[in-house]
Design a protein around this ligand. Structure first.
Ligand code: SF4
Length: 465
């Protein structure tokens, strides 16, 4: 769609195309900008791996090849803390000083939004002119349109600083703005682009629920004031999905809590579509749902145990019990699902070696019923959760526990773990403020490796333990 009179916005994401375009949130913002009267959108991503940047490369848009630095307004979608590293590098490659204080009026205006803003946007503040907090489905267009007002930059920023869900650090760095929550009548969000070049190959992405009604202590999506779970009615959801969609991704923090999920999956399977769910709670698995998922093409069933032991799961209100996990394995076997994939966190507060041993024993037991993969990630405390402020367990402790799980599960389950070192960097940023954000620039200048971060964070008093 050629819209030459519209103001062009760069929608940037510090991730490669195949990752960024698998995000329903990013696709939704792209769609609402394109549907607006006064704006048009061009997407800018990192180069695909393993190619990476060549010397002298600048980030350019997918649509017109326009260089990032030539846009008047750049909207960054930021999913999580570690994207800040590539965000800084992208800006440097574009010839845009990453720190707001080093930019002038001829540089683009930078705003940011995305999942990171639900927990702790403060490390973003040194980089951006404004942050839009929370669910920006409608808010994004409102804020972006105002940025093109025919007025001096300072007065535009003054005006948007008064908005309830926006932080403008130059005007009000201590702002108490809160995340926006979208009205249920505007749901579902859906992705306008189906492409073979993403992790979710040709999948039509649509939201089944938004938010969550549960209260796991570590989770930023947990129910809270003004949030909670909003359910998309079955008929509205099915009507949104094109009949020719051969692959459908039902998205949400707690998709299996949708009261009609089994019927929805069955209806899609009856159309001949394969179906994927972005989240699956073990305590919601019933024979009918697992059968429907199998009809919808499921080969691997993925769910989270999160705490290593029953005691730990209870302590963080993750009410997934051994009974649920045993039943999940049994249902996989009964319905011809080939693999059960489990996620667990290590390093939760009060975790002991016996919790790790309980996890290993249970996974071994389940692996005698169905092949099991275990994905392990170190716990990082997030702001806006009851575990805000909890300490990182320490590199030594995390590495010991990962080793112990690997040894105890050797030959029984496939084990994959994310890096303890980068989890510590994530933890510092998740708990951090503007100085930790500034430290990212320093670390990027020194190569962006773990030792560069360790040095930059040490200057602020952070040690990985
Ligand atoms: S971890 Fe899952 S179930 Fe628990 S609050 Fe978060 S989204 Fe809900």
């Amino acid at each position: 769609m050629e819209r030459s009179t519209a103001h062009r916005v760069a929608l940037a994401c510090a991730a490669p195309y195949r990752v960024a375009m698998s995000s329903l949130g990013l696709q939704t913002i792209y769609r609402v900008i394109q549907q607006s009267d006064d704006l048009s959108c061009e997407r800018v991503f990192l180069p695909d791996e393993p190619l990476g940047w060549d010397q002298g490369d600048v980030p350019t848009s997918c649509e017109s090849g326009r260089a990032l630095g030539e846009f008047e307004v750049i909207a960054f979608s930021v999913s999580w803390e570690l994207e800040l590293i590539e965000l800084v590098r992208m800006l440097q490659r574009a010839g845009i000083p990453p720190l707001r204080r080093d930019r002038a009026d001829h540089h683009p205006l930078l705003i940011a939004g995305g999942p990171l803003t639900f927990s702790n946007p403060r490390p973003l503040l040194p980089f951006v002119d404004a942050v839009v907090l929370g669910e920006a489905d409608t808010l994004a267009v409102d804020v972006l349109t105002r940025l093109f007002d025919d007025a001096p930059r300072a007065s535009i920023l003054e005006r948007i600083a008064g908005m309830q869900n926006v932080i403008v650090p130059a005007v009000d760095p201590a702002s108490r703005a809160t995340p926006c929550h979208c009205d249920a009548s505007l749901l579902p969000a859906w992705g306008p682009i189906r492409t073979p070049h993403t992790e979710l190959r040709d999948m039509f992405l649509v939201e089944a629920v938004r938010g969550c009604s549960r209260s796991c202590h570590y989770c930023v999506m947990r129910r809270g004031p003004g949030a909670g779970m909003r359910v998309v009615p079955e008929d509205r959801l099915l009507a949104t999905i094109p009949q020719d969609a051969s692959r459908v991704g039902l998205v949400g923090a707690s998709v299996t809590d949708h009261p009609r999920i089994e019927q929805i999956v069955r209806a899609l399977a009856a159309r001949g579509a394969s179906v994927g769910l972005s989240s699956l709670r073990a305590d919601r698995l019933r024979p009918g749902l697992v059968d429907a998922l199998r009809q919808g093409g499921y080969r691997t069933l993925t769910t989270a145990m999160d705490g290593a032991s029953e005691r730990l799961r209870d302590s963080v209100e993750r009410h997934t019990s051994e009974v649920h996990l045993r039943e999940a394995a049994r249902l996989c076997r009964e319905h011809g699902i080939e693999r059960l994939k489990l996620y667990v966190m290590v390093g939760l507060p009060t975790e002991q070696q016996q919790d790790i041993d309980e996890c290993a024993a249970l996974v071994r037991e389940l692996s005698r019923v169905v092949p099991v993969s275990l994905g392990i990630s170190p716990f990082c405390a997030k702001r806006n959760t009851p575990l805000d402020g909890a300490a990182f367990a320490g590199l030594k402790v995390i590495d010991e526990r990962l080793d112990r799980l690997r040894k105890k599960l050797a030959g029984a389950a496939e084990v994959r773990a994310t890096s303890a070192r980068w989890a510590w960097v994530e933890h510092v940023l998740a708990q951090g403020d503007e100085p930790e954000g500034m430290a990212v620039v320093q670390a990027a200048q020194n190569g962006g490796g773990f030792s560069a971060f360790r040095k930059a964070f040490a200057a602020l008093g952070h040690e990985p333990g």
